[in-house]
Design a protein around this ligand. Structure first.
Ligand SMILES: Nc1ncnc2c1ncn2[C@@H]1O[C@H](COP(=O)(O)OP(=O)(O)O)[C@@H](O)[C@H]1O
Ligand SMILES: N[C@@H](CCC(=O)OP(=O)(O)O)C(=O)O
Length: 366
């Protein structure tokens, strides 16, 4: 058996009931399956939703709170209940879980991003099972992952997972919401996610879930873009996750045969960095970077905007708009100088070696 690194995401609807409690039957079934997956040798990371859904009743609400502070307070109560339940149940298998709460900021900040990677890698090396959730209690509305489907896709990319499994209350993607249309047809295999598919996956979901099938497809699109195949579905019994890994799951497999794996550095540049400036390149440079896998040299740059430093990320524009992002080896000032020097060289017909402005390894095409 090939050892794989697997991220499993479990939605609120698959962990809790509508009254605001952990559903013991569903919960125990998931833990049994996760323990089995780890016991056969795979590395397992769990992204578990359910904090709000498991906490609102104890907080004194009859239904999932609609105010932000209500949900954040419910998450504070529910997260500890959930993790305590995981600790108790996993201990029967000798598995030690670890709680990791992340915010969107942790991904935008490069040091925290790398730190999250280092910590989770260390946990996996020690056979500890990381249980990840968004840090709902302190997350600011404008700065969230949107939902845990997206969080699980980003974690899969960061940890270079071999597979993302999104467990939910429906056995995969249908061509319309099966809870509303009894004639909806199930889709077993996809190799890309088109706008058409996004349009028939609506945002309505269970009363405790967030984002419906649409957020799962958007997350799957992100996971595919960083080279991680996805399974969306459900199952029962201790073998359900191993079955899913072995291609016998009840759900939809989303696999891109030409999956291009991108480094963690490139993922950070593409998805989490904020650009500090803009660089405009000519036709020759655009062709060299986009089609000939070349580094970007000062020779192809005709305009620089912003006040960036060496090591910052900038946006690069070609003739028809944005073509990519990359980490620069020059500050804006140095680059302005290099461009000036180049014109001088052209006039005087002398040439010096050019140090690349953006190296391939620190470039992402957009
Ligand atoms: N095209 C579709 N195929 C399958 N399910 C869909 C589709 N469109 C919407 N849904 C809904 O998405 C729900 C799952 O999303 P959600 O409740 O957010 O789950 P979770 O809590 O697992 O994140 C399903 O119960 C189903 O009603
Ligand atoms: N972080 C929230 C869950 C957010 C979320 O995306 O929920 P779900 O759609 O059930 O996966 C919580 O733990 O309640």
């Amino acid at each position: 058996m090939v050892k794989k690194r697997i991220v499993v995401k479990i939605g609120s609807s698959s962990l809790t009931n509508e009254n605001g409690e952990i559903d013991q039957v569903k919960f125990v079934d998931h833990v049994n399956a996760l323990a089995e997956l780890q016991s056969v040798g795979h590395e397992v990371l769990l992204v578990s939703s359910g904090a709000v859904a498991a906490g609102f009743k104890r907080l004194g609400y009859c239904t999932r709170p609609i105010t932000l502070k209500g949900r954040q307070a419910a998450a504070a109560v529910g997260q500890s209940l959930l993790v305590q339940s995981y600790i108790d149940k996993f201990s029967e298998f000798g598995i030690v879980p670890a709680q990791i709460l992340l915010t969107r900021d942790d991904f935008s900040n490069r040091d925290r991003y790398k730190n999250a990677y280092a910590t989770m890698s260390e946990l996996l090396e020690r056979r500890v099972l990381p249980i990840i959730n968004e840090n709902d209690t302190i997350s600011v509305r404008e700065l969230t992952f949107g939902d845990n489907d997206m969080l699980s896709a980003l974690v899969s990319g960061l940890m270079k997972a071999n597979q993302l499994i999104i467990l939910t209350d429906v056995n995969g993607l249908y061509d319309s919401n099966p809870n509303e249309n009894p004639d909806a047809q199930k889709i077993d295999l996809l190799n890309k996610i088109t706008d058409d598919m996004l349009s028939f996956a609506d945002e309505s979901g269970s009363s405790v879930g967030t984002g419906g099938m649409k957020s799962k497809l958007l997350a799957a699109k992100t996971a595919l873009s960083v080279g991680v195949p996805v399974f969306i579905g459900k199952g029962f019994g201790k073998d359900k996750l191993t079955d899913m890994i072995n291609g016998h799951g009840d759900g939809t497999y989303i696999i891109n045969e030409q999956q291009n794996s991108i480094t963690i550095n490139q993922q950070w540049i593409a998805m989490h960095s904020e650009a500090s400036g803009k660089i405009y390149v000519d036709e020759g440079a655009e062709e060299a970077i986009l089609y000939n896998s070349k580094n970007l040299l000062p020779a192809g740059i005709f305009k620089v905007q912003g006040n960036f430093e060496k090591g910052d990320v900038v946006e690069v524009f070609g003739l028809n708009g944005l073509i990519g992002k990359g980490e620069v080896t020059y500050s804006a000032k140095e680059l302005q100088k290099a461009i000036g020097k180049r014109s001088e060289e052209q006039t005087n017909r002398v040439r010096t070696t050019q140090v690349e402005v953006i190296h391939r390894a620190k470039w992402v095409t957009i």
